[in-house]
Unconditional design. Sequence first.
Length: 301
Amino acid sequence: MTAGTDMSLDSREVPLGGVRGIEVHRTLPQRGLPTVGAWCFVDHFGPIDSRLNVLPHPHTGLQTVTWPLAGNIRHRDSLGSDVVLTPGELNLMTSGGGVSHSEVSVGDTSAKMHGLQLWVALPEDRRAGPAGFEHHADLPMVEGSGWTGTLMMGELAGSESPATTHSPLVGAELRLRPGRAKIPLRPDFEHAILAVDGEALVGSTEIVHRQMRYLAPGRPDVTVHVPAATTLLLIGGAPFQDELVMWWNFIGRSHDDIAADRADWEASAERFGQVQGHDGKIIPAPPMPGVRLTPRRRTMA
């Protein structure tokens, strides 16, 4: 693809949480498209009957964004946070130079589970900083022609989320009424729209359930047509300039960064702390690949 090209992105199924984990549908990163703005990871899970049971595991160089659509999730981390997250609320964890956490389904065992897990890459001046956690239960409601939404992060339609960001971006759950909707965009941002629960016509291109439509910078809005009430995810931001080496749960700038992160996790280094309530159980790091890791290059957009 040439620079500035819109495109449709298919998801792929991957396991989450180890061999007993659930299957999730991952649309980002893609080969040739590592980021949309600073967004570097998009997983969509459910609706399913399975339960989320992700034991303590580490992160570096990123923010985790957890957004449930159905079902409750208990988050515990090495900072001492212990929060039950419900639909319409946001958990935002900033790893900085190191943090660990767990996520486990709680509540009604017969209820469906459905949600989104996203990562935001931290810029160089913040990626080795202190870890932090935020739980936001009161987020701005936004609306426009043919749609309403909840603003998770950044700015949209004149509103601003209280969630901490470290680069210019937007993340929102949009709920469209049947028919035509016009979504405002920032022309200096690149964006992507994920079809969360049904198909949608984005501009003149149809995306089906779980597909994502990448939108290059340069437009003030996009028109979306939906045949029935539909939920979409909108993400976007200023194109991310730093090179990223992403492997397992770590983001660095070089192979050596990742190797050091892995070694410290396996050695129970202090920077990752401990998550209480799991009797010392953790997810061990997989073996390092047999080749040197290199930065992910953008070739698709």
